[in-house]
Design a protein around this ligand. Structure first.
Ligand SMILES: O=C(O)CCC(=O)C(=O)O
Ligand SMILES: [Fe+2]
Length: 277
């Protein structure tokens, strides 16, 4: 269905559908530094409207299931890290109904054999958890590890190569909930190439939940609403998401002139970006 609604439908039909975007996933109203080779639909799970489109209905049904998967994963993670959240705080840190889904289509981009064009720029997710279902055997998702971009290869299984496998990213909010050192939100991107479809569910804290870690934190207490507004303000002002560094309990040390010089020569592998759920 996603292929029919995205690949085969004429542009003006897609554009007329609620939640359609192209070139950048969510922040279309903000400045885009570089157009991403992507289009898709944004579907809020909390929306009370049940039939803005057949695709949205199907996405919401899928979203309700994957939200339960995210709940179980988050509770297991919090227990494994000994965060001692308690049921009410855990529920406010991952608000199942406040999540959203994006149905992505990365159109084929075969004219660029070096795969230099990006389906999605490098970023960390702002979410607590992101659960990605991707079309098998296509590839394209990459994570930054030890300074190099590495392909995420889904293990074979399910209906085809990688079909039936869910990939899970920890987002910036998981890092803050863990106090800063317990886990990391991995920097990732999507390389353009063959056509690719993916379905991404993003789980967030409740807007007013105050994020603090009982074991001490590198970050000052803040709400997700504050974080989101800061990210949008930074993107508007500079085209770049600063993210959690804005919420450090102690300001980072002033950079020496030598550090400044080094940071201007950083590799393109570490290039910043502005997007992500
Ligand atoms: O399409 C994908 O597999 C990843 C998309 C992504 O990273 C995002 O939406 O934040
Ligand atoms: Fe992402």
């Amino acid at each position: 269905m996603a292929r029919d609604r995205l690949s085969r439908a004429p542009f003006h039909d897609k554009q007329a559908q609620p939640g359609y975007f192209w070139g950048t996933p969510a922040l279309a109203a903000l400045r885009v530094r570089r157009v991403n080779w992507v289009e898709g639909f944004h579907v809020a799970l909390s929306s009370s409207s049940t039939s803005d489109s057949e695709l949205a209905d199907a996405a919401r049904e899928y979203g309700a299931h994957v939200a339960r998967v995210a709940r179980r994963l988050f509770d297991a993670l919090a227990a494994a890290l000994g965060l001692g959240l308690g049921a009410a705080r855990a529920a406010s840190y991952l608000a199942e109904r406040d999540g959203f889904l994006r149905v992505y289509r990365y159109p084929p981009c075969l004219a660029d054999p070096a795969r230099n064009r990006l389906g999605m720029e490098a970023h960390t997710d702002s979410s607590v958890l992101t659960v990605i279902a991707q079309e098998g055997g296509v590839g394209g998702l990459q994570v930054l590890h030890d300074g190099a971009w590495r392909d995420v290869v889904a293990p074979p299984g399910g209906a085809g190569d990688g079909d039936g496998t869910l990939l899970v990213n920890l987002g910036d909010m998981a890092v803050a909930i863990g106090g800063g050192d317990a886990c990391r939100s991995v920097r990732h991107r999507v390389a353009a190439g063959a056509e690719r479809l993916s379905l991404c569910y993003f789980a967030f804290p409740r807007d007013d939940a105050v994020i603090r870690c009982c074991h001490g934190s590198r970050y000052r207490p803040f709400t997700y609403a504050e974080f989101r507004e800061q990210v949008q303000a930074d993107i508007k002002a500079t085209g770049t998401k600063v993210g959690l560094d804005r919420f450090l309990a102690e300001a980072p040390p002033l950079k020496s002139p030598a550090d400044e010089a080094a940071s201007t020569t950083r590799s393109s592998a570490e290039e910043d970006s502005q997007i992500g759920g």
